[in-house]
Design a protein around this ligand. Structure first.
Ligand SMILES: Cc1cc2nc3c(=O)[nH]c(=O)nc-3n(C[C@H](O)[C@H](O)[C@H](O)COP(=O)(O)O)c2cc1C
Ligand code: SF4
Length: 456
């Protein structure tokens, strides 16, 4: 069932993936088929749940997650233990909801898909642990609509888990009740933003919500709600089974962040795909594992973690791919899936393509995003045709700035700004080449550049 057919898959053999070093992928089969309940249980599956229920309180689980320093793999890198601790407070038990963000629509990103299609029981086990820690009584998996194979795998796994008593009332004799609903989205990028996701789940238009209150205070249906990415939740079983120190040790040589990361590469490399490696592995190692650049072309630039991250240069390849290091370089680790660009490719066209995507996916609530992104696309298209005008680059600088942090209701606009701003910084000459030489008529026109741009 559910054999992966797409080109982007795990590129590590079963011999390389071991329980001690590859907590996310060691159980995956060579044939790419889903790991069913029997096989999952035979490979130590649900052992973490049993152990936690036997010996640990919700507070213990949160403390272990904090010490392990599992940082959110959805792109923000927020500590999962810290997030879980926020919903611990309050008198009501059960308290609220656990939402798994499986909307994965970030350009160049396909990591959650692997886990969802091939190992849904790992996610279910992670969700049980998170729900126990947060006193949640219901969980939802918000799944990207186009992931039909993942929907099939998840539906089967949920049924298996329910039949075996891993979901429902009194799980494993623990007195703890928890069940999960699979909710398929309609395929909008903005539904991945956690508060838009909540609105969509409630049947409302998928606009992000104003914050505060944050979901941990008041989320789905007004209840305290934890929203976590698929990969984040999939880390919980190994952390609880083997402890925070073991998890930290997995990446101790290369990063302060704990554990492994499901990294990936796509673009002009010999073989795109996914690899589970210690978090903090370098981009160079990843590129080598991908067989290097295709057709002997040189690397021009790369995005470290999806379309909403900033471009980096070949000289950054030896930096650790972790949240703080990539942040210090002016970009973001994001999803940790690299998009590689070669010397023949146009960064201008790539950015135009990305901004077209972001413009289309804007929810339209804030002006810089709703109006600024289509305007940006128009300017980039003109530059691509060689019909840009003097002042266009300065205008793009201003638009990128207006899309930046703290100027809009959600991080969609700052995400759209990152590739634009970094491309203007590193590849300005490409943009400059798109400005047409001034014509006689234009030279005679005394209209100030900025006003001229606005009315054209
Ligand atoms: C426009 C936009 C799209 C997003 N899409 C996703 C997504 O598809 N999956 C995801 O896990 N997080 C996505 N996020 C981040 C979520 O808002 C949220 O931070 C994340 O689900 C939290 O999980 P984590 O702490 O486990 O990373 C998106 C954010 C924005 C602004
Ligand atoms: S930044 Fe864009 S996507 Fe986010 S709320 Fe504003 S208009 Fe909507």
């Amino acid at each position: 069932m559910s054999v992966a057919r797409y080109h982007s898959q795990l590129r590590q053999s079963a011999a390389e993936r071991r329980a001690e070093t590859h907590p996310l992928t060691w159980r995956l089969r060579e044939d790419g088929a889903m790991v069913g309940l029997d096989e999952y249980v035979a490979k130590d599956g649900y052992a973490a749940v049993r152990e936690v229920f036997d010996r640990q309180s919700p507070e213990d689980v949160v403390a272990t997650m904090k010490t392990a320093n599992v940082r959110g793999r959805g792109g923000g890198g927020f500590s999962a233990g810290m997030k879980w601790s926020l919903t611990m407070k309050g008198p009501d038990i059960p308290r609220g909801y656990l939402l798994c963000n499986a909307d994965e629509m970030e350009p160049g990103t396909f990591k959650d898909r692997l886990l969802l299609e091939q190992q849904p029981h790992l996610l279910i086990e992670g969700m049980i642990l998170a729900a126990y820690a947060n006193h949640s009584y219901y969980g939802y998996i918000f799944l990207r609509g186009e992931y039909v194979d993942a929907a099939r795998s998840l539906a089967r796994a949920l049924e298996e888990a329910r039949a075996a008593g891993w979901l429902g009332r009194d799980i494993a004799g623990s007195d703890f009740d928890f069940d999960i609903v699979l909710h398929t989205g309609a395929g909008r990028y903005i539904c991945g933003e956690e508060t838009a996701l909540i609105n969509s789940l409630e049947g409302q238009r998928a606009n992000p919500r104003d914050k505060p209150p944050f979901p941990g205070q008041s989320g789905a249906w007004g209840k305290p709600t934890v929203v976590n990415n698929v990969e984040t939740l999939c880390n919980a079983p190994a952390v609880m089974r083997h402890g925070a120190d073991w998890y930290q040790d997995l990446s101790a040589d290369v990063s302060e962040d704990g554990g492994t990361k499901l990294y990936g590469i796509s673009g002009k490399v010999v073989r795109s795909g996914l690899w589970e490696l210690p978090i903090g592995t370098t981009g160079r190692e990843l590129l080598e594992r991908a067989g290097g650049m295709r057709d002997g072309r040189a690397l021009k630039t790369w995005l470290p973690g999806g379309g909403s991250t900033g471009f980096l240069l070949p000289e950054h390849l030896d930096q650790a791919l972790d949240f703080d290091t990539i942040g210090e370089l002016g970009s973001r680790l994001g999803t940790g899936l690299l998009t590689v660009v070669n010397e023949d490719q146009s960064v201008l066209s790539l950015v135009r393509n990305l901004e077209q995507f972001f413009a289309r996916e804007s929810c339209g609530w804030c002006t810089p995003c709703r109006d600024g992104l289509p305007w940006t696309v128009k300017l980039l298209q003109a530059l691509e045709r060689g019909e840009g005008e003097s002042g266009d680059l300065e205008l793009l600088d201003k638009l990128a700035d207006d899309l930046g942090p703290a100027k809009t209701f959600c991080a969609h606009a700052p995400g759209a700004s990152m590739p634009l701003q970094s491309a203007l910084k590193y590849f300005r000459d490409e943009f400059e080449r798109g400005v047409a030489p001034p014509s006689h008529a234009a030279q005679a026109d005394s209209t100030p550049g900025f006003i001229h741009q606005q009315v054209r």
